[in-house]
Design a protein around this ligand. Structure first.
Ligand code: SF4
Ligand code: ZN
Length: 104
């Protein structure tokens, strides 16, 4: 899941103490979301929140393999709109009645 500023902001103390170098916790969160600053630049973030963030993998974006693409499904069986016979995928005309295939 993509890093989102609001997800990070939820875990911040929201005290706008500026110790991280940003004026507000929210702007800090947005920068973390953008990947331009590390979450641990906030000294005020509670340890349990940090652990939770890391656990939820909002922070860590390991170079995980992308999910495999869905297998190319074989064309669904379809049936002639005219006579109702099954039509082989790829066929242009119904083998039974000769109606053109292509109900799009
Ligand atoms: S150091 Fe943490 S608590 Fe302080 S302003 Fe930055 S994000 Fe907020
Ligand atoms: Zn037909």
């Amino acid at each position: 899941m993509k890093l989102r500023g609001m997800d990070i902001y939820k875990f911040l103390p929201k005290t706008d103490c500026k110790k991280c170098g940003y004026v507000t916790c929210l702007s800090f969160a947005m920068k973390v979301a953008a990947g331009s600053v590390a979450i641990d630049k906030c000294p005020e973030i509670p340890a349990h929140a940090l652990a939770e963030l890391e656990e939820s993998q909002i922070i860590e974006q390991p170079a995980a393999a992308p999910p495999p693409p869905p297998p190319l499904a074989a064309g669904p069986a379809f049936f002639c709109g005219n006579c109702g016979q099954k039509i082989e995928s790829g066929a242009k005309f119904c083998g039974s009645c000769g109606s053109p295939v292509g109900n799009k």
